[in-house]
Design a protein around this ligand. Structure first.
Ligand code: TEU
Length: 575
């Protein structure tokens, strides 16, 4: 499917406002900080920026709890600053998409304030309120056994009106009731049309498959009998009216030339995914599937695992799930390994040891830049930023997800030291915080992120070694390798963005090799995911056609063909 939509060949650079660039010295990033770095973003080869929530918010979930869709979080700036950012993008030929968070609002949103004010308030039904149930001992219990995404009960009791409200995330993030057409209309006007009229080019749509809850909100099956609440994602994801809602939303956006990318967790079923992203369905342009970022995570809960609990064939299979989505269909897909919810890819999938991290960063850049679909990269990924140092205490982790999980384990095990150590190890490996510490710009204090020594999250200890300024000056840096790969991706877009992907060594635990094929050319990518040299048993590419380009992630020479150096990647393009 090679329809010439601008977003298909695009490279989207994701910015997390709190941690990107602080322009006013308060220790927190801001909108003007983003605008000041647009030339840099463009220089990498990005064509679009995605800005994480910039809206007014009490920040219980770092902006994913919005109290007013039509205003900016004051420490980030003003509506004027957003206008300047939008025009700053457009004047450079960049597109800009913003986050659309409409499964829930903040509890401080005026809609919820009204809704909770009394049972007869006209907005009562804009959120999901239910009476209590009572157990055999006459104790008040929530309407069902669902657990929120942040390790707690999904229901909160409201004393004033004597009912529970549903929240799939924090208690400060009540879920909107999408069943009510009036609510939907208000969401579209305030969250969508307001920003389209301001000139944004589309949306990254948060939790896009959770708006439609199953009728009667049934209990989730009991997977962990010891737990008080059960994971219920299979019930609240992909609910009965999802497609109806998304078609309606599509019509609202239709007059504008938008791009939509929906966040689509807990959807392993390919036919379900296709229903969202098939062009004929007119719902979303593409989605983020979770196959790749879920590799090595626990199944009952994300952190119920040990570090590096995965093998390379599992990663290949995960990549295949999103790559194959476009084969023989009218759908489109995405490729990404990092975002604001994920630990750093070098630390998770390769090696962040000092002697390997640069090679790892280049090798993963080669993987990302040669996969089909719209490519998304997350701030700092282009310079090979890694997880927070392991010797940082748990107090340095600021995210509600990791904090709640740690507290939950402490509570459930009576602070058993073994259980807590396991929880900490999982957090050190997988926490969202690893994506949220400040961006490393240079080796001045606070890594050039802020002039204020009190940054909202601690600056990485290795900022002097991993930063933009130093990598600009170094031809062999991860940054310059990304630039090179994104140029190659653009030059060979039929092959690399739209080509047919086929793995060669599905079962190999050390190397990852694949062909990309288009009508008149082929690319072979071979990657070594280990710290040892690996032999390659591959077709002799030199004889397969005219060799147009050969790139190694090591120095410019390609080395011996039949073996790969530690964390080496190579790309051969043939006609
Ligand atoms: O994430 C939705 C989601 O499904 C999360 O549970 C995600 O899987 C988790 O963060 C992975 O560790 C979105 C946003 O991306 C996230 O930042 C928000 O916290 C969440 O929605 C609520 O809006």
């Amino acid at each position: 499917n090679t329809q010439g939509k601008w977003w298909k060949d695009g490279v989207v650079y994701q910015v997390y406002p709190a941690s990107f660039m602080d322009s006013n010295g308060d220790g927190l990033g801001d909108i003007r900080g983003i605008t000041s770095k647009l030339d840099y973003i463009k220089s990498i080869g990005a064509t679009t920026i995605w800005v994480c929530p910039h809206y007014d918010s009490p920040q219980f979930d770092l902006g994913y709890d919005i109290s007013d869709y039509e205003s900016v979080f004051p420490p980030y700036g003003t509506l004027q600053d957003m206008d300047d950012l939008i025009s700053g993008c457009h004047s450079r030929g960049l597109k800009i998409i913003v986050d659309l968070v409409i499964n829930h609002t903040s509890y401080l949103h005026k809609w919820f304030q009204e809704s909770r004010s009394s049972k007869s308030n006209p907005k009562r039904d804009w959120y999901i309120w239910r009476p209590a149930k009572y157990n055999a001992n006459g104790r008040r219990i929530p309407p069902n056994n669902w657990r929120s995404n942040f390790s707690t009960n999904a229901w909160t009791w409201d004393e004033a009106t004597q009912e529970y409200y549903l929240h799939l995330f924090c208690p400060e993030q009540p879920d909107l009731n999408w069943e009510n057409p009036e609510t939907r209309k208000a969401i579209y006007a305030s969250a969508i049309e307001f920003w389209l009229k301001k000139g944004v080019d589309g949306f990254r749509v948060d939790t896009v498959n959770m708006y439609s809850k199953p009728k009667d909100l049934p209990d989730a099956p009991i997977i962990n009998p010891k737990a008080e609440h059960q994971g219920a994602a299979s019930l609240y994801c992909n609910g009965p009216r999802m497609h109806e809602f998304l078609s309606e939303m599509h019509d609202v956006m239709a007059p504008y030339d938008t791009m939509t990318v929906g966040e689509c967790p807990n959807t392993p079923d390919r036919s379900k995914v296709l229903k969202y992203v098939s062009a004929a369905e007119k719902q979303l342009d593409m989605v983020f599937l979770f196959d790749v970022v879920d590799v090595g995570q626990g199944t009952e809960t994300k952190y119920d695992t040990t570090p590096r609990n995965w093998t390379l064939p599992v990663l290949k299979k995960a990549v295949n799930n999103s790559q194959s989505l476009i084969i023989g269909t009218d759908a489109w897909t995405t490729s990404f390994m990092e975002n604001h919810d994920q630990a750093r890819s070098i630390s998770r999938f390769a090696s962040d040891a000092p002697e390997h991290r640069v090679h790892s960063g280049r090798m993963l850049a080669m993987l990302n830049a040669t996969l089909s679909g719209t490519l998304f990269i997350y701030q700092g990924q282009e310079i090979g930023m890694i997880n927070m140092p392991e010797d940082w205490p748990i107090e340095e982790y600021k995210d509600v997800e990791s904090g709640n999980f740690y507290k939950y384990v402490a509570r459930a095990t009576n602070s058993d030291p073994v259980a807590l150590a396991k929880a900490k190890a999982a957090i050190q490996h997988l926490s969202r915080d690893h994506a949220r510490y400040p961006m490393c710009w240079d080796s001045t204090p606070q890594g050039g992120f802020s002039t204020n020594p009190k940054t909202w999250m601690r600056v990485h200890d290795l900022t002097d070694e991993i930063n933009v300024a130093q990598q600009e000056a170094d031809e062999g840096s991860v940054l310059n390798f990304w630039r090179r790969m994104l140029k190659v991706r653009q030059d060979y877009s039929k092959l690399l963005v739209h080509g047919y992907y086929e793995v060669l060594d599905e079962k190999n635990e050390h190397t990852y090799s694949y062909w990309k094929t288009s009508k008149d050319s082929r690319a072979l990518v071979v990657l070594n995911f280990t710290h040892r040299a690996q032999d390659l048993e591959l077709p002799k590419v030199e004889t397969g056609g005219r060799l147009n380009l050969a790139i190694s992630t090591y120095e410019h020479s390609t080395g011996a063909f039949d073996s790969l150096r530690p964390y080496e990647g190579r790309l051969y393009i043939l006609e």
